[in-house]
Design a protein around this ligand. Structure first.
Ligand code: AP5
Ligand code: MG
Length: 193
């Protein structure tokens, strides 16, 4: 299996790029944000619990996310690999996914962090807010709170995988196609490494 973590702050382009990569490299795309929004939409207990954290721009508790993630992965035992988008977001989640993969003698092969200027990501998210219907997009204070949570709780995940020598930072500025060209090149290199 080939397992990628697509990493980066809110609005850095993880979802946009993960979708393109998943098609081109025939990998399963798992976005914990999308899974949580679908739970909310379906009115499940998990969705109800998650909603107040998401609306405040905070992280949903690790155990909630981990249970949901495990069932999502188990639905596709035949997957050739997975692109994790928006996961792991804490050290606890990183250790949990590593342990889960190790059960099958697998591991995270590469983490790629999209680097985008803070003002650019705020603009991208506020632009998306016009059509996304995402409650956490609409208000600039919530968007900035999400960025702060990323810096404090999620950025350490990069260092965690850097210690395993699998973390890369990629310039996420420029057009979607420009970023994709850089990204797909790096993924190809990682696949043959
Ligand atoms: P999640 O859904 O993961 O949101 P996020 O990380 O805040 O990131 P976004 O989805 O907003 O941005 P993105 O990087 O995917 O960028 P996109 O491609 O959409 O999480 C939401 C919430 O759920 C969290 O705050 C948390 O509460 C909870 N949650 C989720 N996972 C969790 C976890 N593991 N643990 C705990 N809680 C969790 O692009 C953004 C916009 O920019 C789009 O409109 C796009 O069209 C545009 N765009 C993309 N690329 C470019 C470009 N190159 N140039 C111009 N525009 C671009
Ligand atoms: Mg996303």
């Amino acid at each position: 299996m080939f397992n990628i973590i697509l990493f980066g702050p809110p609005g850095s382009g993880k979802g946009t790029q993960a979708k393109k990569l998943a098609e081109a490299f025939e990998l399963l795309h798992i976005s914990t944000g999308d899974l949580l929004r679908s739970e909310i939409k379906n009115g499940t207990q998990l969705g109800l619990e998650a909603k107040r954290f998401i609306d405040a721009g905070e992280l949903v508790p690790d155990q909630v996310v981990l249970g949901m993630l495990r069932s999502a992965v188990e639905k596709y035992p035949e997957a050739k690999g997975v692109i994790y988008d928006g996961f792991p977001r804490t050290i606890v989640q990183s250790e949990a996914i590593d342990a889960m993969l190790a059960e099958d003698q697998e591991r995270i092969n590469v983490l790629i962090a999209l680097a985008v200027d803070e003002e650019e990501i705020v603009q991208r998210i506020l632009e998306r807010a016009k059509t996304s219907g995402r409650t956490d997009d609409a208000d600039e204070d919530t968007v900035r709170a999400r960025i702060q949570v990323y810096k404090e709780q999620t950025a350490p995940v990069f260092d965690y995988y850097d210690r395993a020598d699998v973390a890369y930072e990629l310039n996420g500025m420029g057009s979607i196609d420009e970023v994709y060209a850089r990204l797909s090149k790096l993924v190809e290199q990682a696949q043959t490494a």
